[in-house]
Design a protein around this ligand. Structure first.
Ligand code: HEM
Length: 221
């Protein structure tokens, strides 16, 4: 760790993120292995189709718990849009798609990240609900259970598509992001560029934690 780096996430946030991310990826891989005959070979990794289904179903329960923690942890910062600055950022596409001289300043999460969080939260809940109904059809009508297959497939497409955008943005799109979810420490330049308002808020409230310096106070750092 380099002196002066800024603390972006705590251990709890990182554990929740990775439980959500890894369970999501496991579900995507096992789900594809069940859905497409050409990908059935994936089941050999799990000792057969029956085992893979068990891994998928229980992995789904793990995903459900991780999602619950993620929603509780992130909904205030990543689930609510703040106007007018978020609308301004959206109009400028955050400067990602064309050149923008002054990208509107945003806080800890920009509107693109908020949309990703909301997509994961809403479609994730849909995936858990539809998955449970398919797993335990109880007395539900055949039509309802059939619609759950459609919802499950739709949720899969949305989350998987967003996942690739997320992966692109935290690596190539906004280099320097990944350490936020690995070590928790990011460079000051990265925070200033990607979350300037958040940096100011932390400096003003004295909650900014810099590596080798601890918490700042009274707006100094
Ligand atoms: C496996 C590769 C992944 C990597 C390297 C990765 C990395 C990251 C990083 C660096 C951040 C912080 C970004 C920032 O503060 O600017 C983040 C946030 C987040 N990640 Fe991931 N992530 C991965 C997979 C996933 C998956 C599969 C999901 C969901 C199913 C997910 C959900 C989230 C959410 C909801 C946030 C917070 C809000 C947001 O930034 O949109 N991540 N991730």
């Amino acid at each position: 760790m380099i002196k002066g780096m800024i603390k972006a996430t705590g251990p709890f946030e990182r554990v929740v993120h990775w439980c959500l991310a890894l369970s999501c990826l496991l579900l995507c891989i096992t789900g594809m292995g069940m859905m497409y005959h050409s990908l059935n070979f994936v089941s050999t990794l799990f000792g057969g189709m029956g085992n893979m289904k068990v891994v998928h179903n229980y992995g789904g329960l793990f995903f459900a718990v991780s999602l619950l923690f993620a929603i509780i942890m992130w909904w205030k910062e990543a689930g609510l849009f703040s106007f007018p600055e978020d609308a301004e950022w959206i109009k400028a596409a955050g400067g990602y798609l064309w050149h923008v001289d002054n990208v509107p300043e945003v806080g800890k999460y920009n509107p693109g990240q908020k949309m990703f969080f909301l997509a994961v939260a809403l479609f994730g809940i849909g995936m858990v609900a539809s998955g449970l109904i398919m797993w335990f059809p109880l007395g539900y009508s055949v039509d309802l259970v059939r619609w759950m297959f459609v919802l499950h497939a739709l949720g899969y497409v949305v989350i998987f598509a967003f996942f690739f955008v997320h992966l692109y943005l935290v690596t190539i799109g906004a280099p320097g992001s990944a350490p936020a979810m690995f070590t928790g420490w990011v460079s000051r330049a990265w925070v200033k560029k990607n979350h300037p308002k958040w940096l100011k808020e932390m400096e003003e409230s004295g909650t900014l934690v810099t590596y080798g310096k601890g918490k700042t106070s009274g707006g100094k750092c």
